[in-house]
Ligand binder design. Structure first.
Ligand code: KG4
Ligand code: ZN
Length: 333
């Protein structure tokens, strides 16, 4: 194996077209992100067909910019990693097709990469010393998974949401109280001005699964019944309640497996309150807590290049039959 492995990472699973160049899975040489937030904002959410079309328009220029910023030529790339799932099928297909064409044209290996593995790998970029085993709480717009990362390519799902993803709940609450899209960052900001003084329901299971539809509905009902409820208090109470649930399950898993390293990943892990509450576990519970820098929490090409690197050095490559798999699971091909 060469001393330095340089991976081009392509991400297009939702509403960000992003391409990055990453060395040895940890060193970001460039991470170009073209966000479609402004386009989807007026619809109150991502419109899949529009997302696909915008990926098509953006992907060539985003790739050129990523290579230029990294001061890297296509010939210096060792492999091309692309997200092939989970995500919106039409959006994924743009990145997959582009990566396949590029791989064929420049005779470099293609490495299909799981989006969730990408979110986890974002932690390897921010924390150069982080190595498995550890627990990872992947909290995003599409997922809420508590995962035991046994090794770089060995995962065990300990618990996941039975209904809404936590990010969906954030976005829905924001929409109902009129904060707009995407709701997570807006709830984060407004909650800082409020008090967590409203009692909201917590759903717990015997196992480590999650459910957020109950709290989402409770917030919607409360807002309809009491339209003058203080929005900042509601946001603070919502954040506190969901964070309590996340922490309870994560600590249960940590105790069960005798693991003291917890990582957060995914768009919702950019939330300042959630980060602070998990960070407190270092003091109160003797845990070591890691999370990616904010730009690496939400969708980006660098996390795909990092996860792609661990695929590549473990001999995992794809052929030109690679297809988008919208419901791709973690730990499965
Ligand atoms: O990981 P991501 O970019 O896309 C998916 O893979 O789903 O996550 C997007 C989600 C959205 O639901 C967005 O509202 C949420 O992450 N999000 C946040 C924050 N920033 C993004 N949620 C809470 N607080 C934030 N600061
Ligand atoms: Zn994501």
């Amino acid at each position: 194996m060469k001393e330095n492995i340089t991976i081009l990472g392509i991400e297009s699973s939702c509403d960000e077209t992003s391409v990055a160049v990453v060395r040895n899975g940890r060193e970001v040489l460039s991470n170009e992100i073209s966000s479609q937030i402004a386009i989807h904002e007026k619809f109150g959410g991502v419109v899949p067909e529009i997302a696909s079309r915008n990926h098509v328009e953006a992907i060539s220029n985003v790739t050129k910019k990523a290579l230029k910023d990294a001061n890297c030529t296509l010939q210096e790339i060792d492999a091309i990693a692309c997200t092939y799932g989970p995500g919106l099928v039409g959006a994924l297909l743009v990145g997959v097709s582009y990566a396949k064409a590029l791989s064929y044209a420049i005779h470099k290996p293609l490495v299909g990469t799981n989006h969730l593995e990408g979110h986890i790998a974002a932690n390897y970029i921010t924390h150069k010393d982080l190595k498995p085993p550890f627990l990872c709480l992947v909290i995003s717009g599409g997922h809420t998974h508590l995962i035991h990362i046994k090794d770089y390519k060995e995962y065990e799902i300990l618990g996941k949401t039975k209904d809404d993803a936590i990010g969906e709940a954030f976005d829905k609450v924001a929409r109902v109280i009129g904060l707009g899209y995407p709701g997570g960052p807006k709830v984060d900001k407004l909650a800082k001005e409020g008090q967590a003084n409203i009692l909201l329901p917590k759903t717990h299971f015997e196992n480590l699964d999650f459910s957020f539809s109950g709290i989402k509905t409770a917030v919607i009902n409360l807002h309809h019944k009491q339209p003058d409820v203080n929005k900042a208090d509601l946001c603070a109470s919502f954040e506190k309640t969901v964070t309590d649930i996340l922490i309870d399950n994560t600590l249960k898993a940590a105790k069960m497996l005798n693991i003291h390293t917890i990582t957060l990943a995914g768009g919702v892990s950019a939330n300042t309150y959630i980060r602070q509450r998990f960070m407190e576990l270092e003091e109160t519970k003797g845990m070591k807590v890691y999370y990616p820098e904010p730009v690496l929490c939400t969708d980006n090409g660098a996390m795909i290049a990092s996860a792609g690197y661990y695929n590549y050095i473990n001999g995992i490559e794809s052929d030109l039959e690679l297809n988008a798999i919208p419901n791709l699971k973690i730990g499965e091909k």
